[in-house]
Design a protein around this ligand. Structure first.
Ligand code: NI
Ligand code: MN
Length: 227
């Protein structure tokens, strides 16, 4: 699996020859300006964790550029974009499905999930992707939750991407505890620094992990990780 950080909570994943874009928010992110070209994104799937603007802004644009793309999200989000002509695969918490890239499980998150127009976006979630013999957990926007202890029972994890920006989600201290729940020594952080309310002190964040004997990676936009 290859994972590229597109900024904020956006990821581009290559798994078993398929391309998955997660929570696309490029055109609204000034930090991605000049680094990521949303119109150059080629994808087979769009995965959406919840309906907030900073996770769905470029769904329709990417779908228009990639005919035949499949949206995978909760039932309500798939319904919403289905009415806008985008085909989708609806899921809900605890459910798994075998796609051509591998097995996907939609897991719990503690957060909210309304669309920018106020309509109901279902309950927020995260994803566990099992592909090419590896397992990746993408937490979505969430608090630290005891449910994270279940995630490594779904699949022994090789990597996890967790929000660390604080204020709207857990911060670095919570994410370091989450690393412990997940049985991982190293975590990739996301959902930080994009807006004033989620700007974090990187030194403090690294220290929070070091205190737990863990390591935090704060990626630069465009960074690529191989699993
Ligand atoms: Ni959110
Ligand atoms: Mn968010």
């Amino acid at each position: 699996m290859k994972i590229q950080y597109l900024g904020h909570a956006s990821l581009l994943i290559e798994a078993a020859g398929e391309r998955l874009v997660v929570d696309p928010f490029i055109t609204g992110n000034p930090m991605a300006n000049g680094k990521i070209d949303v119109n150059a994104i080629k994808a087979d799937y769009i995965l959406v964790t919840h309906a907030h603007q900073d996770h769905i802004l470029d769904v329709e644009r990417i779908a228009a550029n990639n005919p035949g793309i499949m949206l995978v999200s909760n039932f309500e989000i798939v319904n919403y974009f289905g009415q806008r002509g985008i085909q989708g695969h609806p899921m809900n918490h605890g459910g798994s499905w075998h796609f051509d890239f591998g097995r996907l499980t939609y897991v719990n998150a503690i957060h909210t999930s309304s669309f920018p127009d106020g309509s109901y976006g279902g309950q927020p979630g995260g994803f566990v992707i099992e592909s090419e013999g590896k397992a990746l957990y993408i937490a979505g926007d969430t608090a630290l939750t005891y449910d994270m202890k279940i995630v490594p029972m779904i699949a022994r994890l090789d990597a996890a991407i967790l929000p660390v920006g604080d204020n709207f989600t857990m911060g670095p201290e919570g994410a370091a505890m989450a690393a412990d729940f997940l049985g991982l020594d190293r975590i990739v952080g996301y959902h930080f620094d994009t807006f004033d309310l989620i700007k974090i002190d990187h030194g403090r964040a690294y220290d929070a992990f070091a205190k737990q004997g863990k390591e935090l990676i704060l990626p630069e936009i465009g960074d690529i990780f191989e699993l």
